[in-house]
Design a protein around this ligand. Structure first.
Ligand SMILES: [Zn+2]
Length: 468
């Protein structure tokens, strides 16, 4: 079954050009003109862009956190209508369980038969006291899971790793081609600031930001970079929220550290004033790191456009206001951290980045799809529009005008962090491995259609990845 997408403008991380794309089965088999003879289905993409399907390398579906669970994989159609065809989800590690068993459990209980998007998994240390945890890295890499998350935050939980544990983890990761991803905030200081604020009766959502100011992120980012340098290990910093942390990454890379960074839509277009919205509304915006003063946004856009930060992940973490966020009405430390955003990544990057002259289309596609595919070992099967790659393609209509709203969202959460934001242009048609799965903002695929994508270890030549 062949599909021809005609007359579109293909946009990759390095160029854009008008061409037709021929899909046969799940793959892109030809790019060029005069390809029609073989196609049963023809899609006219005149006036539209063709972007590679997005890779959201930072999601938390069905994550148990603070005694409750985020929205599950049955809500992944939200990703597809927003142009994201693959996610890399962080695998929760139940207390006492090995990392490998945690992967099996997450796949079996939360994902298989439910997911609408293709997916891969990051391993994530949530119980650093499990013996032999670093000895598992090699087996994880062999199982197609070549990334591990470690937290420098969340003191008082078994998530948080101290510097010695971090250093051991970095060394162990380096030895087997594992890329460590780091949540960089100084958990000790956050904990002290939280106690101080609560003791002073400062319990509203807005104090979430005061309890974890930018400097605790800057410090932890610089420390992680230094320890990576000491271990001679690569390192990836997730959810960079502020100028200072971005500069710490840029500076470390200039000194030769193999360091990479991600920012998220919420840090590009929202600021700390949202946390001070009247009543308890600020709870919608409680995520960690916290939203920052607005002046941080320009440097983050600039960093993305210049490649000082490589990727944009949503840090999608869907908790409802009713029944979940409202556990923190008495004090901000009881509010589950996280905002939903898997549906909105492309909309924010295009409308508020490209259309406002802050981001080239090439860098947008890179941060949205290509760079995560390369860094996390899915390229070139995923992340670009290339012959032989999976036919994950977004037919993007730049003429569309609308607004983001929870009313039209598929994310299964009772609010949107971007309510009322303009959406200029949108994913008009989305193909996942050659199949049309979203059309005009509607999901037309099936839950369970998503496949597990084994990833290759960090640093492997792209040519050897191609052979897998
Ligand atoms: Zn996260």
């Amino acid at each position: 079954m062949a599909t021809l997408i005609k007359n579109g403008t293909i946009v990759t991380a390095s160029e854009q050009y008008k061409s037709d794309v021929l899909i046969d089965g799940e793959k892109i088999v030809a790019i060029g003109s005069d390809l029609d003879s073989r196609a049963e289905t023809v899609v006219d993409a005149e006036g539209k862009y063709l972007f590679p399907g997005g890779i959201d390398a930072h999601t938390h579906f069905d994550l148990p956190f603070m005694g409750t669970n985020t929205a599950g994989f049955d809500t992944t159609p939200a990703a597809l209508v927003g142009g994201t065809t693959s996610v890399i989800d962080f695998t929760p590690q139940p207390a006492g369980m090995s990392l490998q068993d945690s992967i099996v459990k997450h796949r079996e209980e939360a994902i298989e038969g439910k997911t609408a998007v293709d997916y891969s998994l990051h391993s994530m240390i949530m119980d650093s006291t499990v013996p032999g945890i670093f000895d598992e890295f090699s087996a994880l890499v062999k199982a197609g899971v070549p990334t591990i998350k470690m937290f420098l935050a969340y003191k008082g939980t078994p998530f948080m790793v101290d510097d010695a544990t971090l250093f051991k983890g970095l060394e162990a990761a380096k030895d087997v081609g594992m890329l460590p991803t780091i949540h960089a905030e100084n958990g000790d200081v956050v904990s002290l600031l939280q106690e101080k604020l609560l003791a002073a009766g400062k319990t509203d959502p807005k104090y979430h930001a005061e309890s974890r100011p930018a400097i605790v992120e800057v410090e932890a980012t610089a420390r992680a970079a230094s320890l990576a340098q000491a271990a001679d290990a690569p390192i990836f910093i997730v959810h960079v929220s502020c100028e200072g942390a971005m500069l710490a990454i840029r500076n470390a890379r200039q000194q030769g550290v193999d360091i990479f960074g991600e920012t998220c839509p919420q840090y590009l277009v929202l600021d700390e004033s949202y946390l001070a919205k009247p009543g308890f509304e600020g709870a919608k915006y409680v995520c960690s790191p916290a939203l920052r003063p607005e002046f941080n946004q320009e440097p983050l856009w600039q960093a993305l456009n210049n490649g000082w930060l490589q990727t944009v992940g949503s840090d999608h973490c869907g908790f409802n206001m009713k029944g979940q966020k409202d556990m923190g009405t008495e004090k901000f430390t009881g509010i589950p951290n996280g905002t939903p955003g898997v549906e909105n990544r492309l909309a924010i990057l295009y409308t508020y980045g490209f259309l406002q002259g802050k981001l080239s289309l090439q860098r947008m596609v890179d941060a949205f799809a290509t760079a995560p595919a390369k860094l996390f070992g899915m390229y070139p099967r995923k992340g670009s529009i290339v012959i032989g790659g999976d036919a994950d393609i977004v037919v993007f209509d730049p003429a569309y005008q609308g607004k983001i709203s929870v009313e039209t969202s598929l994310h299964g959460v009772d609010y949107s962090a971007y309510e009322g934001f303009n959406e200029k242009g949108r994913a008009d048609k989305v193909f996942l491995r050659g199949k049309l799965v979203a059309d005009g903002g509607k999901f037309i695929g099936q839950l369970g259609q998503g496949q597990f994508i084994e990833r290759t270890p960090f640093g492997l030549a792209y040519e050897s990845r191609m052979k897998r």
